[in-house]
Design a protein around this ligand. Structure first.
Ligand SMILES: [Fe+2]
Length: 277
């Protein structure tokens, strides 16, 4: 079913999984971001808000630095379980399971990637070519780029084909010291509802957004928690997304000693029972 995703990833280092996300959930994510922008405006005693996510964003950006906003807004999405729900969209979950196996988790301390027309020179917000590996992502993981507010003419990310086969590229101050001359790059054509995936070694950079509206995307790492950590993932926070039979039974047993009769005739379950169950 997703042979294309796997073969693209092996061959070029990236792929696009088309129409794999639930549109309603994407709308709720955008609404959540917008509602949180409005809340921040209210908290800062600004009455100049409306339904337009773009206007609200530019307004709050006058008060709260974009770096902070990107973190705050992502945290809300994770806490309100919207990211987990998004990954439970059938097609993306199936694709991830085929790629990584059933025991998967996602990096929950990511931040939004917002790109607006006003930012011209900032190597944090407009990233030069880089490998996620430089920031601690392991080769066992895959990186997703999920567009949330993406209109025609906004651009996306640019990747270098086959750069994942070049290994760990020497770098300084977050840019490569060398890139082979005859490389081929592509600005990825992706639409809302689809997802870009790439390896930890795929060189990629931010494409400047010249549209009036800010471009909003979610860069999220997904990994199989049984696969050896070849990066810094034990320093990051992850949230479980899906468990195999083996992991589920481990959870039921509760510990690695398989304590006999650990929960026999227990009453505790009833204590947590909801009235409407
Ligand atoms: Fe990146």
């Amino acid at each position: 079913m997703n042979e294309k995703t796997t073969s693209d990833l092996i061959e070029n280092g990236y792929s696009v999984i088309n129409n794999c996300l639930d549109k309603k959930l994407l709308d709720s994510i955008k609404d959540n971001i917008n509602n949180n922008l409005i809340t921040l405006l209210k908290e800062n005693k600004k009455n100049s808000f409306g339904n337009d996510i773009s206007k609200n964003y530019y307004e709050i950006k006058k008060i709260i630095p974009q770096y902070r906003l990107q973190v705050l807004l992502a945290r809300k999405l994770v806490n309100e379980e919207l990211i987990t729900k998004l990954f439970l969209s059938k097609k993306i979950l199936e694709e991830l399971i085929v790629l990584l196996g059933p025991d998967i988790e996602y990096l929950s301390d990511f931040e939004l990637a917002i790109n607006d027309k006003d930012v011209v020179d900032d190597d944090y917000l407009i990233k030069k070519y880089h490998q996620e590996f430089w920031s601690g992502m392991g080769l066992e993981a895959i990186q997703l780029w999920i567009p949330i507010h993406l209109l025609d003419g906004m651009g996306s990310i640019e990747v270098i084909k086959k750069s994942h086969t070049w290994g760990h590229i020497p770098h300084r101050n977050r840019e490569p010291l060398e890139i082979p001359k005859n490389h081929e790059s592509e600005i990825i054509n992706v639409k809302t509802g689809s997802v870009v995936i790439m390896s930890a070694l795929t060189l990629h950079r931010t494409v400047k957004n010249n549209h009036e509206d800010p471009r909003i995307a979610l860069p999220i790492t997904v990994r199989n928690f049984y696969h050896p950590n070849t990066g810094n993932s034990n320093l990051f926070n992850y949230k479980k997304l899906n468990l195999s039979f083996f992991s589920k039974i481990r959870r039921i047993l509760g510990n690695p000693h398989y304590s006999p009769f650990r929960t026999l005739n227990q009453k505790r379950k009833d204590m947590f029972k909801k009235e409407d169950d």
